[in-house]
Design a protein around this ligand. Structure first.
Ligand code: ADP
Ligand code: MG
Length: 237
């Protein structure tokens, strides 16, 4: 049996813009399965990023429940959410979100600093991750001294270094050319499968959903339909 790692129950997120309100996510329910590559697909404005931010604990729902490891995220305060993210979650952003004054190696070590890993172990593990993403030779480069694809490799190394149970990626290839896009998708899905991690990827690009085990098509803050792609094999329940 496949285990659900995240259960989303009747979740709504309402934004207020002056007199107007927008239900960015509108009464949505979904279970994310342990070890799957789940793709949230939909047009711009369909609520993909909002949903991702809710399940990654970056935003709080207006109503509904998000249960991650039997813990109710909607009941956590900011400190609890921050701790929770450090422990369980990796995030890859479209715009990389690297710290510009730090080197590639230093950027990758950040999640380990928050977890008080000693400096030598930190550097060794970060170097190992940079090797895994093919960037060993750029360890001492700053983000401005790297291409977009290289910067995204650094951010992928940072997202995976703690071996988080779930990695969220919001349009991770949105700023990259086609060839780099496929390299990056191979890398992210390869790392996740290798470590039996769950991966939730937001995209508006139908072709990228090829990488998914399951595609959740969103429209107007709701699920329009769900497509099963591959059978999840081999994992224990
Ligand atoms: P997607 O990622 O699919 O493009 P979003 O989740 O970013 O969609 O946005 C869904 C809807 O919610 C859009 O109509 C958007 O304008 C609105 N929205 C998103 N974030 C905010 C915000 N912080 N304040 C107000 N409206 C927002
Ligand atoms: Mg978005």
């Amino acid at each position: 049996m496949t285990k659900n790692i995240i259960r989303i129950k009747n979740v709504t997120k309402i934004y207020r813009m002056g007199a107007e309100t927008i239900a960015a996510v509108n009464g949505l329910s979904l279970d994310i399965r342990q070890g799957e590559v789940c793709c949230l697909l939909g047009k711009s404005g369909s609520g993909k990023s909002t949903l991702l931010n809710l399940i990654a604990g970056l935003e709080k729902p207006t109503s509904g429940q998000i249960i991650f490891h039997k813990k109710h995220m909607e009941r956590m305060n900011e400190d609890q959410l921050a701790h929770f993210r450090q422990q369980y979650i990796g995030f890859v952003f479209q715009s990389y979100n690297l710290l510009p004054t730090l080197t590639a190696l230093e950027n990758v070590t950040l999640p380990l600093i928050f977890r008080n890993v000693p400096v030598q172990e930190r550097n060794e593990r970060a170097m190992e991750m940079l090797r895994a993403v093919g960037l060993e030779s750029r360890a001492n480069h700053k983000p401005s001294e790297m291409s977009g694809g290289q910067q995204q490799r650094v951010s992928i190394a940072r997202a995976f270094i703690n071996k988080p149970q779930v990695v969220f990626a919001d349009e991770p290839t949105g700023n990259l050319d086609t060839k780099t896009t496929y390299e990056m998708m191979d890398l992210i899905t390869g790392l996740a499968k290798e470590n039996h991690q769950t991966l939730v990827i937001v995209t508006h690009d139908l072709e990228l959903s090829e990488y998914a085990d399951r595609i959740v098509v969103m429209m107007d803050g709701k699920i329009e339909r769900i497509e099963e792609r591959k059978k999840l094999g081999g994992e224990k329940s």
